[in-house]
Write a protein that binds this ligand. Structure first.
Ligand code: ADP
Length: 396
């Protein structure tokens, strides 16, 4: 190993994903996941040179802190310490304060903490991750890469809610958008694919994973995106509802539901899971649909129709369109979902190239439309690679 590796830490509300990434190629030397933090079966697994290992995370301390300690042991065990030149943290919410990647110092840490209110589930975990890593690797420069930063170029007409302006002035309520590193990465890769400078390119980037969002990109910059003040807005997702009439919330509260129960339902029991009544996992939904499961069929229909409606509406945000980009676990792999979405877009002239669409799966990129059609393509995302690259770029 040469010394161009970055330790990427993605500290979620009850998990910690990590990877040691080559900042030049994106190749991962080590990948791992700590999950179920706060629960009895809290555990951590990792893969190094094809070997997978797993341990329980148990102890008196906070599970995030224990996980970072374990991560230090793992990095030491494989003698990676000398090869890692920086640490890059994925930070979910940067509010309006952070428009790009920054090196972490005490002030930055304070500013990230001050955004806590906007991301109550994620920000505290992000802060614990940073503090634990600062303690464990005091000599390494550390960087914060924000999910929201790429969307800070949205114009006021895209980020302003149609509500009393005082709510923005007082509480900073507005659209922020998430998945920024993914939309950023795939738009750069798409520009390379069509041989055009990215700052002259316009795309509609469609990230479909457990979380899902669409982003309108003009001249390489985000000009609109479907997630909002929180990641609950926009598309239907694995367990999240996406766009919804806020009157439903009042209705349920009047029926005696607590606010907590309402939002637990909208965040964790909706989306693919809620509509299918079966699973939050798109693959499971597709398999059940094949077997004739009515709920799964409806979930597939609601999901694809809503994605297509978003793509259609984002045409308005752009002057021209160089391509629709599909990415994320579903966007990269699910042929029936992509085919159905393209089918809805026939009105805009899109024609699927069935063979090319079937080929662009499981890590393969490609253009999936015919030569006489506007372009749609598949680009596998790599958020960890962006975090590694951004960190190293700032070191220079
Ligand atoms: P996350 O948002 O958690 O990073 P991913 O981007 O990994 O999620 O996407 C997870 C989703 O991708 C799941 O719904 C999973 O079923 C779906 N997925 C992965 N592979 C396939 C496949 N071959 N066909 C259909 N869906 C798939």
């Amino acid at each position: 190993m040469s010394n161009k590796y970055v330790l990427v830490i993605n500290s979620g509300s009850s998990s910690l994903k990590f990877a040691v990434i080559d900042s030049q190629t994106g190749e991962a030397a080590l990948t791992g996941l700590g999950e179920c933090f706060g629960l009895e079966d809290s555990r951590m697994s990792w893969k190094y040179q094809g070997n997978k290992q797993e341990v329980s995370i148990v102890g008196e301390e906070n599970h995030h802190q224990l996980a970072v300690k374990k991560l230090v042991d793992i990095v030491n065990e494989y003698n990676l310490t000398n090869d890692v030149i920086a640490i890059g943290h994925r930070i979910v919410h940067g509010g309006e304060k952070f428009t790009k990647t920054v090196q972490i110092d005490q002030q930055v840490l304070k500013d990230i903490e001050s955004v806590k209110e906007l991301a109550p589930l994620h920000a505290p975990a992000n802060v614990i991750g940073i503090k634990a890593a600062l303690e464990a690797f005091p000599s390494l420069p550390q960087f914060a890469v924000f999910d929201t930063a790429f969307h800070q170029t949205m114009p006021p007409k895209a980020y302003t809610g149609a509500i009393d302006k005082k709510l923005y002035d007082e509480y900073a309520i507005r659209r922020y958008g998430f998945h920024g590193t993914s939309h950023y990465f795939v738009s750069r890769e798409a520009a390379k694919m069509i041989n055009k400078p990215v700052d002259e390119c316009s795309f509609i980037s469609v990230h479909l994973g457990n979380g899902a969002s669409v982003c309108a990109i003009k001249d390489g910059k985000s000009v609109d995106t479907s997630m909002g003040f929180t990641p609950l807005a926009g598309l239907m997702m694995g367990t999240r509802c996406g766009d919804l009439d806020p009157g439903i919330i009042e209705f349920l509260i009047n029926k005696g539901w607590s606010a907590e129960k309402v939002f637990d339902t909208l965040n964790k029991k909706s989306g693919f899971l809620g509509v299918s009544g079966l699973t939050s996992d798109a693959r499971g939904v597709l398999e059940a649909m094949e077997e004739g499961h009515e709920g799964a069929k409806l979930a597939f229909q609601v999901f694809t129709y809503r994605v297509a409606k978003y793509i259609g509406s984002y045409m308005v945000a752009l002057d021209n369109l160089d391509g629709i980009i599909f990415t994320g676990g579903i966007g990269e792999n699910s042929l029936p979902i992509r085919s159905e979405i393209l089918n809805y877009l026939k009105i805009f002239g899109y024609k699927e190239n069935a063979q090319a669409d079937a080929d662009a799966r499981f890590g393969e990129e490609g253009i999936i439309t015919t030569e006489d059609s506007p372009v749609a393509m598949v680009i596998p995302t790599n958020e960890e690679f962006v975090i590694a690259q951004e960190s190293v770029a700032l070191m220079k």
